[in-house]
Design a protein around this ligand. Sequence first.
Ligand code: GUN
Length: 284
Amino acid sequence: MSGKIIDGKAISADIKQEVKLEVEALNKRGIEPCLAVILVGENTASKVYVNNKKKACQACGIQSVSYELPENTSERELLDLVEKLNQDKKINGILVQLPLPKQIDETKVILAISPKKDVDCFHPQNVGALHTGQKGFLPCTPAGILELIKRSGYDITSKQCVVIGRSNIVGKPAAMLLLQENGTVTICHSKTKDLAQVCKRADIIVVATGKINTLTKDMVKQGAIVIDVGMNRNEEGKLCGDVDFEAVKEVAEAITPVPGGVGPMTIAMLMKNCLTAAKEQAQG
Ligand code: GUN
């Protein structure tokens, strides 16, 4: 028996359609949601992500303005642009694609983005709100993970959840959202002892390490739900996640593929945040 493959492309299309309908309703009230996207430098993967984000905006009826700055852009120039966009009433969301070139301090840039326009949910004010259960933006990839689980018909309450990876973008916020959904959450990382043993207890496993084959079949309980956040290339240059997909799907109840799992969800949730930003700012 092989597990169900969770179709992130289909679920993200549903979410984008929901956003589109809401955007159309806002347009009728004269509100036009707009996202500013900033890309600095020549990172090939970042260019692909940014293009996909712009395409998603178009599909949802959200306006986008893009700034493609050279690799040698100074921190000051980027901070000045962010400040200009903070002040611009036509801009509802600001996204600075990471990573940034080495001369620019990412933390400083994240701190410079107005929390009201921080559609990535990277600003400490929004991270704090998330951790204390206040209303606000949800971080895109973790929120996408939750939607994948819930819209596939699974309840997180009382489940043993294991998150592998403790990054600020994925691991930590994903653990927090699973906790808010009443999961019993364990965060594992590169220093975790007996990772296999910890994973083997899990009903839900989220893998976000950026390392091929972090999760193998022997680490997964029959009937577990497996969410793969990885985006790697194997020796043949083929896109693959952090999970040994072919083997793990034999024991999992449900599993996300790479590509076509979490990736499209991150962008769909970004669109949702742009919509939220536009609505909040329209209320003043
Ligand atoms: N780099 C990798 N993932 C992301 C993301 O979700 N947002 C931004 N801004 N940069 C990223």
